[in-house]
Each structure stands twice: as C-alpha cells, then as structure tokens.
Design a protein around this ligand. Structure first.
Ligand SMILES: [Ca+2]
Ligand SMILES: [Ca+2]
Length: 423
C-alpha cells in the first residue's frame, strides 16, 4: 500500500512484516521500472551517438571544402584517362581501346564548385553483330573488332561477301556440306599397303571420306554430356560455345562468366542511383528512407541504411517505429537448389536479452522462411527453387527485447534478382 525502497524492503522481509506474496509483487514492480528506465537510457545514448556522427560528417565536409580540387576520377575499363591534375579549371580526357567506343563525356572539367562537368564515361564493347552483318540466316558471333558468320549448310561464304562492308573484320565460316567433309591424308607404307587418316575433329566414313564430328549434336543435346553451358555451334573439325548477352565465354571455352558492368563502369545508372551487378546484367537501385509521418522521420546514414531521428518520448508512433531500415540487393541464378541461406542478420550493439526475427512483408515472400542460426543471428532462407528472370522482395524485422520490453526494431529490405539462366 506504500512505496518501499530496496533497503526497507530487505528490512521488512527480515523482520517478517511482509508476506512472501507482497515481497514478490514489489520485486516485480521494481524490475519493470528498471527495464523501462534501462530502455530509455539506452535510447538516449543512441541519440547522442547519432548526433556525434552527424557533427563529425559536417566537420569532414568543411575540411575538404578548403581543398581546390575535384574528386578522383576512375580510369574506364578498356580505356585511358589523359590528364592527371584534378584542380579547378583543369580538364581530363578519355579514350577507349580498339574495339570499344566511349559512352559519356569525352572531356570533363573541374568546375569552381569542385565537381566535374559531364558524366563519367565508360568504354562499351562494339557489338560487331549489331548491324546483323550475316545474311541468309547466318549466325553472327561477336568478337573484339571482328565477327564470325556461321553460315547454315547450303550457303557458301562467297555468296555473302557483299556484306563485308562493315568496318569490323569478318571471319567467314561456311557451314556448307562440303566443308564438313574432307579427303583423308593417305600414305603408302613399307609393306605396300595404303594407310589413311583424318584430321582432328573428323572421322572416317564409308567411301573413304573424312566427315566432321558434330560435337553439338553428339554431346550438347543431353544434359549429362553437355559441352557448353549455354549454346553450341558445330564447326568443321571443332565446335564453339556461345554465351548470351551479359556474359563472356570463360577461358575453359564452355562456361559463361557474368560481366560485372558496375565495376567496369559499363552501366547507365543515373546520378543518385547505385549499380548492382547481377547475373547476366545489372540493376540501378535507389534506396530511399520512408517519408516523415506521425513525428517519425529518418536520416540516411549510408548508401544502404536509414536511421530514425531522435523522437519525442511522448510519441508512441515514433517510439514503436523501426530504429533502422537497411537495404540489401542479392544476385542469384535461376533454379538454384534449396534450402539456401540468402542473407544473415544480426546486431553488433546487442544489449537486450533476446532477439526475435520475422518476415513482415514483401512480394513473393511465400518462397522464404526465416530462422535463428545462433542467439544473435537470424537467417533468410529460400525454401523453393525460383525460375528466372524474377525479382523477389521480402521485408524482415529483427526486434530486440530486455525482459520482454521492446528496446528496438530493425528492418531489412531484401531484394533478390534472379537471372534468366542457371549461371
Ligand atoms: Ca565439328
Ligand atoms: Ca552482370
């Protein structure tokens, strides 16, 4: 019936003045009070830390302002940068290697406001097949500064030579029936008998003719014996693997490697967007913090992270809103085996006594599950195979508790880009 201090509680307990039930209920009340105070204090400290970071950033910005130079400019992949000085008024020029053409600004000037004029250029591989140079159903294979036309059988290279007008050099591989068969090499041996053999990639057929081995038909048609990860073209005496756009043939000549358009600066993401490399292409993303509402607002603390601004303690809407929202972009190949751990979440500032993980939304979230991998880590798991191309979105929540009192919530927005192919 009255408030007791810890000391008086002990004393009264010793003297036997209070019943066990009364003591326990008082202890519970005090525990609850402590937890609430702990949460409030923790929130206060987090706010202070955040304000210090903001202050630190603004000091950094002021310090760099005194410098009279523009930020460092990257050298485009497969190209060169002419001019090293990055001082106000200076210019740099960009060039591309043979077989590539420049996309973006050829010349950029360091302006008075210490930013570069124009757009960061990149060197794009010239697609020598873009003009469809192979006539009459020929298949074009792009190379660097050249292309190869693979003619269907029944057509000869000479009938297509008038398409040589393209500036790129062309290899003409005529897949007429005659180029797939050759005369054997024969020699008379000491015993007077004749021995004949075929070149590599050819085999002897009836009528003493060397016939090309169609490796594609022989091996590519069955999954177990496939020789090319994507597509195969039969050539006289050999074969060639072809990769779809966005991939380059690996040095093993049968697998396809994704082109990293983001680090090669081969993307066209606009200013304010972030390039995300995915299998077979790239994506331009723009992670944005939620708009302010009900006393709740967020500030961007890094490219992929938003943190809640300090809130008035009397606003329940603000106190229960997530403390942070982070954005995650995951590239994945089509039809990957499951179950597969896609993403792990944990906290480095764990002060409570328990964490809870949950899926709280997103398109196509039925293909996902969330589970705990240890006390401090939750995992996002893909539970069924997904055929691409597809984009899956899922929103995860990690809540931190101390004695069942919510200390904070963190939201993870995970976007998975699934490629068209299984590589
Ligand atoms: Ca062949
Ligand atoms: Ca890519």
């Amino acid at each position: 019936c009255y408030q007791v201090s810890l000391q008086t509680l002990l004393l009264l307990n010793l003297l036997g003045c209070l019943s066990k039930r009364q003591v326990l209920s008082t202890i519970r009340q005090m525990q609850k009070l402590l937890s609430t105070q702990e949460a409030a204090q923790l929130q206060g400290m987090r706010n202070l830390k955040k304000q210090l970071t903001v202050l630190q950033n603004s000091v950094h910005k002021q310090a760099t302002k005194h410098n009279d130079s523009c930020p460092h400019l990257a050298v485009p992949m497969n190209g060169r940068k002419l001019g090293r000085k990055a001082l106000v008024g200076h210019e740099v020029h960009f060039l591309c290697d043979a077989g590539f053409h420049l996309v973006g600004s050829e010349t950029r000037t360091c302006l008075d406001n210490r930013t570069w004029s124009g757009q960061q250029p990149f060197c794009k591989s010239i697609n020598d097949c873009a003009s469809n140079p192979c006539a009459n159903g020929g298949t074009c294979v792009d190379g660097i500064e050249r292309y190869t036309c693979l003619c269907p059988s029944g057509w000869s290279g000479t009938r297509q030579t008038h398409h040589h007008l393209s500036p790129a050099a062309a290899d003409w591989v005529t897949l007429s029936n005659s180029s797939f068969s050759r005369q054997p090499r024969c020699a008379d041996n000491m015993l007077g008998s004749r021995q004949c053999s075929c070149d590599t990639g050819f085999q002897m057929k009836a009528g003493d003719v060397c016939q090309d081995v169609d490796e594609c038909q022989l091996f590519q048609s069955r999954w177990q014996t496939r020789i090319c990860v994507h597509d195969c073209v039969n050539l006289p005496g050999s074969y060639r693997c072809i990769c779809p756009q966005g991939y380059l043939l690996n040095t093993d000549l049968n697998t396809c490697n994704d082109v990293d358009e983001c680090t090669n600066s081969q993307h066209n993401c606009s200013r304010g967007e972030i390039c995300v490399n995915v299998f077979g292409g790239f994506r331009c993303v723009r992670p944005e913090c939620p708009k302010p509402r009900h006393n709740t607002s967020y500030i961007k603390t890094s490219a992929f992270q938003c943190e809640r601004n300090p809130c008035p303690m009397d606003s329940k809407a603000c106190r229960t809103a997530a403390n942070s929202i982070s954005f995650h972009y995951l590239p994945l190949q089509s039809n990957r085996t499951v179950p597969r751990v896609l993403f792990k979440m944990s906290t480095t500032r764990f002060v409570g006594d328990s964490l809870r993980f949950a899926i709280t939304g997103g398109r196509g979230h039925s293909t996902f599950a969330v589970q705990r991998s240890d006390r401090q880590t939750g995992e996002l798991i893909l539970t069924s195979p997904v055929a691409g191309p597809a984009v899956l979105e899922v929103e995860l929540e990690m809540s931190e508790f101390a004695r069942r009192v919510l200390l904070g919530k963190h939201i993870f927005r995970v976007m998975t880009f699934i490629s068209q192919y299984e590589f």
